[in-house]
Design a protein around this ligand. Structure first.
Ligand code: ATP
Length: 308
């Protein structure tokens, strides 16, 4: 089991940042989602044993908190959102120092630092000082320090921050490769597309409360939305009106109509309308269900329940 939490609560003074989180999740890849201030960083730091929970009980990879926090820290790697490196050090010295801090002997940490830097694509740059690294290189070195000791689980906090599209793509490929080597991944990101590319499950928080924990596919099927792109041979305004009069949610975008359907609606019902109206459809493209929509729906439902 990756995490087993029972009523975990964390307060800063009088402010309750985690309001009694109960969840179980198996090893694998998990997205941690929530708006700003939802409690994601507080949850990560609590599970790392860096913050003491105010109430409740939790275990990570079968190790109990707080008694076995040192075992948890040896078994996991952490890539923080903010810069965490020492700028005057070379990449290899820094990554090997981070390995030593997890308890590895110096010589082993040094050889693992070389291997890990090659693995993240910084082999050529390993003797350069970190102060001269680009944003993309800094993100890779942060990943390397999280992996140097061979953890079973890595927490990655916004790993694609500041990266251009190609850098982002490469970082996500690298994370997927880490995953394929049997390491569990917890990915905290505001970019839901990244979460979908890497994770099988999600934990969603809002204002310190758990609003969802489970597989992404089931969530999308339950709360997602499908967008169908349509072009007609002629007179798409008449088709748009016909769809609207039958209760469809239709928007125009350039030469296309976009029809939004609930996850369980049948896209072929649109073609039935075309048939009834004698309209020829020449482009009909069902889009993917999105995690983004599912996430926003859950947040709306949570806010409505909170204000009711
Ligand atoms: N040391 C602290 N003292 C007091 N309040 C804090 C402290 N750290 C966090 N908080 C508050 O706890 C709440 C949760 O913060 P946290 O950083 O865990 O959220 P987050 O989901 O990680 O947000 P973000 O996406 O903005 O990083 C916020 O309201 C924040 O202001």
């Amino acid at each position: 089991m990756l995490f087993d939490l029972d009523n975990v609560q964390k307060s800063y003074g009088n402010f309750e940042a985690l309001k009694g989180i109960t969840l179980q999740i198996e090893e694998g890849s998990v997205g941690l989602l929530g708006p700003n201030g939802a409690g994601k960083s507080t949850l990560i730091k609590t599970l790392l044993g860096l913050l003491e929970m105010t109430r409740g009980s939790a275990s990570v990879l079968g190790h109990r908190l707080p008694e076995q926090a040192h075992k948890i820290r040896q078994a996991i790697g952490y890539m923080p959102e903010n810069d965490c490196y020492l700028p005057y050090m070379t990449a290899v010295r820094y990554v090997s120092l981070m390995g030593e801090l997890t308890g590895m002997p110096r010589s082993e940490a040094f050889s693992r630092a070389h291997e890990t830097l090659y693995y993240v694509g910084l082999g050529e740059a390993r003797y350069r000082k970190l102060s001269g690294f680009s944003t993309g290189m800094k993100q890779r070195v942060k990943l390397a320090q999280a992996l140097v000791h061979g953890p079973r689980l890595v927490f990655l906090d916004e790993p694609t921050n500041g990266l251009d599209p190609q850098g982002r793509d490469e970082m996500l490929d690298l994370i997927n490769d880490v995953k394929a080597r049997g390491v569990s991944v917890v990915l905290s990101s505001h970019i839901l597309y990244d979460v979908e590319r890497v994770c099988e499950s999600v934990i969603m928080l809002d204002q310190g409360e758990l609003i969802h924990c489970g597989p992404i596919d089931a969530l999308k099927a339950d709360k997602g939305e499908r967008v169908i792109e349509i072009q007609t041979k002629e007179d798409d305004e008449r088709f748009r009106q016909a769809l609207i009069s039958r209760g469809f949610d239709v928007e125009r975008e350039g030469f296309r109509l976009l029809v939004r359907l609930g996850a369980d609606a049948d896209p072929l019902a649109i073609l039935d309308v075309a048939l009834e109206e004698g309209i020829q459809v020449r482009h009909f493209m069902p889009g993917e269900l999105t995690l983004e929509k599912a996430f926003l729906t859950l947040l709306d439902e949570h806010n409505e329940a909170a204000t009711a």
